[in-house]
Design a protein around this ligand. Structure first.
Ligand code: PFF
Length: 450
């Protein structure tokens, strides 16, 4: 068992680390973000580009982040500083900390919506329509702010508990439950007449829909969903034992994350058409009426169509979604907290409380102006995270050097130098990933200005 001597902490077990990393990855990005993006960006065409981005770009970057984290044993800013004397790269870590802060500020508001919907199902079943409607009013600033505050409080509490006691414990039970309930609901939905339209939309690609915007959205979604580009996995890697096999852990996390996103699509896309048949307005002139709240419009309609059992499923689903969001908010908050602990020598509890309160101020602003979320997503998620990923690749490929990274990986993966991984991964980190990210961001920026 690992013993922690400082406020930094470490993982208690291999399973604990893997579940926490998967818990960070699996969250609103999979169940809210991914289906919304598929629905707004050309269905199956988006799915294909998203899968390519996750496996060909996300996975190599994830290995890179975990390796930097474990080698340095530091937060994202300190990690770059301790590995290289180059003055620029700590700023990349700082950009990651900023992205984490800004993403967390809107994430708590959406997580609050999910949490509110769990209780909506109960009030709705009890005929208390007034309370149910209050909870589902995503434009109600006061309600948004109250639930976002509850969420932030829970996040601060877990983070204050430390790495193994707080983060590890919170993640251990909810993942299998979430997958179980997703599968049951997919089976239910697939048996409903009319679901095939959604399935076709989701699984039959129309390649003519692939354009620069779609690739940009898919890349941003892959980075967000895998928790990459802002140093969350540098931070989680810094608590990692030398015995762990980094490429294997990264492969498991990537596969789990992509699978849950795929399952969520299999549930939501057909549900959209079922909800439409039940009178929920989803499209107008072929466009989605409201994308930010799509999942929250579609799923309750499905649960309500199921009768009494729908209430049970509805409550369970939204509670699990809230828990999945919580295991992601803790990883988002852990990034600035680890920075404050390492660099400013604050205690864990103080760092979590102070930073959490600061971020809550931005969350409250967003609670009253939810349309800000779209702008935050473009700047800090779709641009910020791939940019961070690009810098991480440049750092490993051209400054730290991939040979040193492979040496670090060798600790938990004896014989790595005899595998193909040693040839393929450096090639991706040096050339494929940076080129693909640069090309995608370049196309979008060019489109904006010219
Ligand atoms: N991966 C999380 C999700 O899919 O909801 C969001 C996230 C967590 C993004 C942690 C970035 C991060 F560092």
């Amino acid at each position: 068992m690992a013993v922690s001597t400082t406020d930094r902490g470490s993982w208690n077990s291999k399973l604990g680390f893997i579940l926490a990393a998967a818990g960070s990855a699996v969250g609103l990005g999979n169940i809210w973000g991914f289906p919304t993006q598929v629905a707004s960006n050309g269905g199956a065409a988006f799915l294909i580009i998203y899968l390519l981005c996750s496996f060909l770009i996300g996975f190599p970057v994830m290995v890179a982040e975990l390796t930097i984290g474990r080698n340095s044993g530091k937060n994202p800013v300190g990690a770059f500083r301790s590995i290289s004397s180059n003055k620029f790269f700590p700023l990349v870590g700082l950009w990651g900390v900023i992205c984490g802060v800004m993403i967390l500020s809107f994430y708590t508001v959406i997580a609050g919506w999910a949490f509110g919907y769990a209780f909506e199902e109960i009030f709705f079943a009890m005929g208390m329509d007034g309370a149910a409607n209050w909870l589902t009013d995503t434009g109600n600033g006061v309600k948004n702010a109250i639930i976002a505050s509850v969420f932030m409080l829970a996040t601060v509490k877990i983070i204050s508990g430390g790495v193994s006691d707080g983060i590890e414990k919170a993640t251990k039970t909810m993942m299998p439950l979430l997958i179980g309930i997703l599968v049951i609901m997919i089976v239910y939905v697939l048996f409903q007449p009319g679901s095939s339209v959604g399935i076709r939309e989701y699984l039959l690609p129309d390649f003519s829909k692939i354009n620069a915007e779609l690739i940009f959205a898919a890349m941003g979604q892959a980075f967000f969903s895998l928790s990459l580009g802002m140093g969350a996995l540098i931070t989680y890697g810094s608590y990692l034992n030398k015995k762990e096999n980094i490429p294997q852990a990264a492969a498991f996390v990537t596969l789990t994350d992509v699978t849950i996103a795929f399952l969520a699509g299999l549930l939501i896309l057909p549900s959209m058409y079922l909800a439409q048949a039940n009178g929920v307005e989803i499209f107008q002139d072929g466009q989605l009426v409201e994308s930010t709240t799509l999942v929250f419009d579609v799923l309750p309609a499905l649960f309500h169509s199921m009768g009494a059992i729908g209430t049970v499923f509805g409550v369970a689903f939204f509670l699990l979604l809230s828990l999945a969001a919580l295991t992601s908010t803790i990883s988002l908050l852990e990034v600035p907290v680890s920075y404050a602990i390492d660099e400013f020598e604050l205690t864990r509890g103080k760092a979590a409380a102070r930073i959490g309160s600061g971020i809550l101020v931005i969350s409250i602003l967003i609670s009253f102006f939810p349309s800000l979320i779209d702008y935050f997503i473009i700047i800090f998620n779709n641009i910020g995270l791939p940019l961070g990923g690009f810098m991480i690749c440049v750092f490993i490929g051209y400054f730290w050097k991939t040979e040193n990274a492979i040496n670090e990986m060798e600790y938990g993966f004896a014989g790595i130098k005899q595998t193909l991984f040693t040839t393929v991964w450096p090639f991706f980190v040096k050339f494929i990933c940076p080129a693909a990210i640069l090309y995608t961001l370049g196309q979008i920026l060019y489109g904006l200005f010219f």
